[in-house]
Design a protein. Structure first.
Length: 160
């Protein structure tokens, strides 16, 4: 047999089977999780959901989450360093912290866009989809309690 006869046809965005399909959700729910809970909820949820739907970009999504946390920490470090060195005043630092929020929003939206294509194929071909409203609602109501448990400092700004 020639090589072309053995090759299987594969769509690039085609979801791969996963044993986690029973917890797959529409990627809009982790995005809402970011809005109502924070990155502590949304970014790991995006990673788990990418594996659950069998996303071909799941490792890229995982790398983007790692880059998101490292970038948040790096931007916060840069803002606090600039404040300590006198490059920024106290009122300027509050505005500079908006860059961190924009970074987190950009990473979250990027994760949403990466997962959306695969999820649509997954759902179209009968993949099992859960509703994430309970997780988002719980995160919204538990967010302040979780804030109180964490030590105050830069970690609060990284994960929320």
């Amino acid at each position: 047999m020639s090589r072309t006869q053995n090759a299987a046809y594969r769509i690039v965005d085609e979801p791969a089977p996963s044993r986690w399909t029973h917890i797959a959700v529409d990627p809009i729910w982790p995005l809402f999780g970011f809005m109502f809970g924070g990155t502590w909820l949304a970014w790991p949820w995006f990673v788990v959901n990418g594996h659950a739907v069998g996303s071909p970009t799941r490792w890229r999504e995982t790398a983007l989450v790692a880059l998101g946390f490292l970038g948040s920490f790096g931007l916060l470090f840069l803002v606090f360093w600039a404040l300590a060195e006198g490059y920024l005043g106290r009122s300027d630092a509050w505005w500079a912290l908006l860059v961190v929020t924009l970074w987190k929003m950009g990473v979250s939206y990027g994760l949403f866009v990466l997962q959306r294509r695969t999820f649509e194929l997954y759902a179209w071909f009968g993949g099992r989809v859960r509703n994430g409203i309970l997780v988002v609602a719980a995160a919204f109501f538990l967010r302040d309690k979780l804030l109180a448990l964490l030590p105050h400092g830069i970690w609060l700004l990284v994960v929320f």
